[in-house]
Design a protein around this ligand. Sequence first.
Ligand code: GH3
Ligand code: MG
Ligand code: MG
Ligand code: MG
Length: 287
Amino acid sequence: MQIVVVDSSQVVLRIIASLLEARGHTVHEFTESDAALEFMTHAPEVSVLITSLEVRPMNGLELCWAVRSRAEDRRPMHIITMSSANSVHNLAEALDSGADDFIEKPPRAEELHARLRAAERMARLQEELIRLADTDGLTGLLNRRAFRERMDAAVARGFTLRPPALIFVDIDHFKRINDLYGHDVGDLAICAVARLLDENGIVGRLGGEEFGIFLPERDLDSAIFHAEGLRVRVRALRVPCGDATVGLTCSFGVSTWSGEDSVAALLKRADVALYAAKAAGRNRVMV
Ligand code: GH3
Ligand code: MG
Ligand code: MG
Ligand code: MG
């Protein structure tokens, strides 16, 4: 694991770091809490923070609060606080400040390793829960909520060269596929389309047979070209159905970011464009 250790003493830091490194962990040592916080903001691979309560300029409790209050950040961070004055008061205050665990300083090697093994179990469980919460069970794509979150995050980061584009995709006359060939074949059709779409950009399943593709850095012509390529490839798909195969088509609605836009407006325009593609006869791309 990647572990950040914060203690005002270089000697203590070295002792803890060598214990951890001996077990294969990568350790980042800091004597000051603000430098540790700054480092963690840009180091998503860090999953454990071990901090002494007696550090500066923020004390260990304030550092816990600061790490826990990073709103945009859902990655699990296991926080172990350390204090030489191992009082019940310190322990309760540390846990109330967002710490997961508390150890006496200097930590005994076996105790430290056992607590890190517990941290590793928690981190794995938490990662799995986040994955499940973000994933559509049938296709493995992002679900509607996670798709929206990724769009919001990408927009919040800002654009460098070009603004983003959005493509809505909806399988045409899907009810007929279900009615004629059964839901199992319907599910296969949804999965086949999902696999084809899941090649670039941020792709989500927004509803039954509806998908969204968020393409960062795409101008309108390029987004339309992309959607057109997908339309042709969907039309060529064959979904197995007993001894035969079933074909299908999709309609596409494209929108691009303009000026002082919002994610909600981008979604709305893609939806309107998709509706227009349906009304115009389906199996087509509309803006
Ligand atoms: P249109 O061309 O206008 O999009 O017509 P459509 O029949 O595709 O549209 P509609 O939205 O009316 O029908 C979608 C159907 O998708 C209805 C629903 O029963 C079915 N559906 C939703 N989720 C699933 C799923 O997970 N599996 C299967 N097999 N069918 C689903
Ligand atoms: Mg519909
Ligand atoms: Mg449909
Ligand atoms: Mg639909």
